[in-house]
Design a protein. Structure first.
Length: 171
């Protein structure tokens, strides 16, 4: 327990130090930083347990198909993706969360429940601009959010849906 507390404190000190550097604009020239998306750690200080759990889960995360068509390509719907991965993640004590902050950043985080270790990905969501024909601004915002959540999840888990070849034959 003491080591875990030290690890968490070290991670918080690291984050505080990075945020302080950003505030004071003391970031080195060799490490470019977007002011829109400040550098934050993308994983906990220790990752040994989450990496093992993620590896084991990935062995079972096979067979996901692209079940839908739209915008000229095939893709996996977000609800189908979540329905496919959740039981496997739970089996390996992994939890996926995807909050969006007020500044429009989608944070996708995979937690190892037993150890509190985590891995993350962040993405600045595009602002709806009316460019998706036939959609209101609210619908476009939802489309952007859903698309980003889907691909953040696939990327963080390292899985790739395959084309559904059921019912197709080679000629």
């Amino acid at each position: 327990m003491e080591n875990e507390t030290k690890s968490i404190l070290a991670g918080l000190r690291h984050i505080a130090g990075q945020l302080n550097e950003l505030k004071q604009d003391k970031v080195q020239d060799s490490a470019p930083v977007s002011k829109e998306l400040p550098m934050l750690p993308l994983h906990s200080v220790e990752v040994n347990k989450i990496l093992i759990a993620r590896f084991k889960a990935r062995q079972e995360l096979k067979g996901l198909t692209k079940d839908s068509k739209g915008f000229g390509y095939k893709y996996t719907k977000l609800d189908a993706l979540i329905g496919f991965i959740e039981p496997i993640l739970e089996k390996h004590n992994l939890l996926l969360e995807q909050p969006t902050t007020e500044d429009g950043i989608l944070h996708t985080r995979l937690w190892h429940v037993e150890s509190s270790q985590w891995m993350a990905s962040r993405w600045k969501l595009r602002i709806a601009d009316g460019s998706l024909k036939g959609q209101s601004m609210e619908q476009e915002t939802g489309t952007i959010n859903t698309y980003t959540r889907r691909y953040q999840t696939l990327s963080l888990l390292g899985i790739h849906p395959c084309d559904d070849t059921d019912g197709t034959t080679r000629r």
